[in-house]
Each structure stands twice: as C-alpha cells, then as structure tokens.
Ligand binder design. Structure first.
Ligand code: AMP
Ligand code: ZN
Ligand code: FE
Ligand code: FE
Length: 286
C-alpha cells in the first residue's frame, strides 16, 4: 500500500458544535472537555454555554498544544409565544461591547432569579440552600434551575433532579420564577451585530416550526438538525425544512457532563464542512 501524501481531506474531520461547560450548567471543566474531544478524535468543537461566553477562553487555553480548534459559541435563552426558544450563536467577536453587556445583564438577571427561587422554596420549608452554594456550582453567574435542583437532591429534599423540577421548579410549580428573556429576533440581531451567525437549536425539542421560516427571513443562518436521540424520520423532516429555506444544517451533542446522562460529548458530530459553511456565512456578513 502506498502512503497517502495528500493532506487529510476535510470530510474526515468531525466537529461537535453544541457543548456546555461548568461555566453554565454542565459539570465538565475545560480540561475535561478537551480530553473528551481528543479521545473522540474531533477536529473542532464549539462551546455553547447558556447566556455566557466566559468558558470559551479557558477551553481555548486547555486546547493549546492540541490540534483541536475551539470556535466561539453561545446558547441564548429566548422566548416566543410563551415557549422557550434556544438560539445558538457562532463565530462572533467575543469582545463585542453590545454582546458582553447584554450577557452580563442576563447573568445578573439569572442571579436575581435564583435568589427569588430560593425565597419561594424557603416559604415551602426548603430552608437550607444558600445563594452562595448555588453560585459555587457554576464558574460564572449563569446560574439556573439545574444548579438548584442538584442541591435539592444532595440535601435530601427530593430523590432526583426530575422530581425537583416536577414538584418545585417547573412552570406552574411553587418554586417557579420565569427567566428574563429576549425574543428570538433580538438574539439574531445581537449575534449578527457581533459578527456571528445564528442557528436555531434543537427544533425537535422546541416544537415551534412556524417560527423557522420567519427567522430565516430575519437572517437565521442554520438549523440544528443533528441532535441526540432524534428518530430518523424527524431528522429527515428538519433536513427538508432546512433545505427548502437554505439553512445550514448543523449539529452537536448538547453534552452537559454528568448533569445530563442522555448525551455525552461527540455523541452527535458533523463533518468539518459544516464549520466551513458557517465561516463562509459569517464572512459574508462582515
Ligand atoms: P433555566 O435556564 O434555569 O430555566 O433551566 C433550564 C434547564 O433546566 C434546561 O436547559 C434543562 O437542562 C433543565 N430542565 C428543564 N426542565 C427540566 C425537567 N423537567 N427535568 C430536568 N431538567 C429540566
Ligand atoms: Zn443546559
Ligand atoms: Fe438548549
Ligand atoms: Fe444546550
């Protein structure tokens, strides 16, 4: 067999474009993320924490000396018609003042909301969880219900995270406090102004298909078609929508470390050509 002297073609390079760290609600450190990405043989990863970009630089630091490319990402919490819609942003300028200002406002709102949730829990007898403990679960201020749920389990108030949501933290339950959210359109604008591209996350979970063509008209660049635990027929359905609207078909694992055992880093990957398509789209906006 002759040795192949050509550079590895891009088709063999794979990327996971949806990964959380302990800067939001995953248990994984930057070093763990990089170790897992190496183990899986990935060429590229995107860090997409909820409403924070604080984890990007530490993951880039951890990737130094490896061949892994770390691209900037974020998963913005938005709301449309009373439903949660997650918008992924990629390849933006992570120093953009409007973006950093908005994200820090979001994080402050999350911190205040966590305080309000604890107050509500206290009035229902759950009186031994402090805001300091909640904050110690995350490396940034992007604290949320999963952090509180984990503490409720550890302190024996509920048997598992699911119960914590079902009994206390889910909408309609006594500990529920809504999040301060922006609209999907505002998220698209924020990402675009920071030079990035936007992708609607996990449409099969969001279940707001009527929004997809509307956002496509407003400049949405992609649809997260490849997502864990999604049946083939549903995936084909979203591939059809993305194809029709000219959206880039992206994908990733939505790994949360030990905080979510239905998925793990590199459970879903896409060819590196998807990253190239996102870069081309971002360059066009430049
Ligand atoms: P937050 O951003 O604080 O509102 O928390 C939202 C996160 O909580 C979601 O991204 C899920 O990971 C998690 N979550 C929401 N509902 C449930 C549930 N019923 N059981 C377990 N986790 C949930
Ligand atoms: Zn999460
Ligand atoms: Fe999400
Ligand atoms: Fe996510």
């Amino acid at each position: 067999m002759s040795r192949d002297t050509h550079p590895t073609p891009n088709v063999t390079k794979r990327a996971d474009l949806h990964i959380h760290t302990h800067y939001s609600d995953s248990t994984s450190s930057p070093e763990e993320v990089i170790a897992q990405a190496r183990e899986a043989g990935l060429s590229c990863i995107a860090i997409t924490d909820h409403d924070t970009i604080d984890g990007i630089r530490p993951v880039r630091d951890a990737a130094r000396g490896t061949d892994i490319e770390v691209i900037a990402g974020v998963e913005l919490s938005t709301e449309s018609g009373g439903k949660d819609v997650h918008i992924l942003g990629y390849l933006f300028d992570d120093q953009n003042p409007a973006l950093t200002k908005k994200l820090s406002a979001f994080q402050n709102a999350r911190l205040e909301r966590a305080r309000q949730i604890l107050e509500k829990l206290k009035s229902h007898g759950i009186d031994n969880i402090s805001i300091e403990e909640v904050c110690s679960r995350s490396q940034s201020q992007a604290v949320g219900r999963p952090h509180i749920a984990a503490l409720m389990v550890e302190k024996g108030w509920v048997k598992d995270i699911r119960k914590a949501f079902d009994k206390y933290l889910a909408e309609g339950q006594p500990g529920y406090v809504p999040k301060w959210k922006q609209t999907p359109s505002e998220a698209l604008q924020l990402i675009r102004e920071a030079g990035g591209v936007s992708v609607m996350a996990h449409p099969m979970i969001t279940n707001k298909d009527a929004l997809i063509p509307k956002l496509a008209e407003e400049g949405l660049d992609g649809l997260e078609v490849y997502y864990p635990n999604c049946p083939d027929n549903i995936r084909h359905y979203y591939e059809g929508i993305a194809g029709k609207l000219g959206l880039i078909m992206t994908g990733g694992s939505d790994a949360h470390g030990k905080a979510k055992n239905s998925t793990w880093l590199a459970k879903v990957t896409v060819p590196y050509t998807v990253v190239e398509n996102l870069k081309t789209a971002a360059a066009k906006k430049g």
